[in-house]
Design a protein around this ligand. Sequence first.
Ligand SMILES: [Zn+2]
Length: 384
Amino acid sequence: MIHHPWGQVAQPGRIPYIADLLAVPAPAGKPFGELWLGAHEAAPSAISLPTGELPLPELIRQQPAAVLGGKTLAAGFAELPFLLKILSCDEPLSIQAHPDKALAAQLHARDPEHYPDANHKPEIAIALTPFEAMCGFRPAAAIRADVLRLAPLAPFGADLPDDAQWLRAAYRRLFTVEDAVIRTAGQALVATLSAQAEPTPEEACFLKLWRFFPNDRGALSAFFLNHLDLRPGESVFLPANEPHAYVNGVIVECMANSNNVVRAGCTGKFIDREVLLDMLAYRQGPPPVTTGRKLAHGSLYEPPIPEFAVELIDLKAGDAVELGSDDLVSILLVIEGTCALRVPGQPSLTARRGSSWLWPAAVPGMALVCESEAGRLVRARPNL
Ligand SMILES: [Zn+2]
């Protein structure tokens, strides 16, 4: 559990999602940002064994084939390939992007303090509540129309040639002009937009970001990035080099086992603007939003990478589902209800809300039986 300052805090009538899930106290003002399940060295999960607790990376070192399975090893992964999280935020996270493998290796070699892994970090966000985010660039023509329509935005590209390089040049302008230009533009925008009855989604998002991060150039990214309002069950996949920021809500997040983030604004953490500007793909238009592939009991989200797929398993009272490991390691997290986990030849286990389970590849099959009115589990596994 990580108490990032942007995490959900207790409000009248609402316990932070993660505190509620884990049934831990949520004192006033204490933020609950992330729950990590995996083998990342920054916060490895502990596995309860009959012989005691063992950090997951250690268990994998001791029994790589039994835990990870032959397919995962053959695909070149000597560690758990993914990191599963619950992320819940009341405040916006930084404007960021994640490097591809080649850039991650370079950044890690050059600056291991700020780039702790040599690995890439593609990620998927699956909404558990309404979830607000900014992902990828809007079409350049739409951004340029705002820059021409709203006078305070003029410094960010009104004078630049209207050609294929406009977006790249305008975004660079935003992140390289002097602080005074940002202050003046932002304050003028607040004055203009606050007097307006119906702000556009981008304007409303800018006002929100500027309120949390006054005079921060990252807030003006709201005009450059696609604004997304995901409904529960909807997901967005973020490949390398796509700018994004999560703004509000609760998600299941899964990513390659990495913690490499290049940040450009709206954060107290390390900012690396030049790296961000250089790495971005400058792809335009909204990212695909999907609800996954429908299964008999839930939905399967399969991004186009080998490290992970995520399944939301939805059960009703008495439902029994047979699952196979398919020679893959899984992590299960119960987010609603209570289920029995039944492995042939072993005593049945009770999996309550908030509990998480390592399912080693060597255990070929398991039955899930819903013992409450409804049950919901998250399963993450390699996508091989
Ligand atoms: Zn991210």
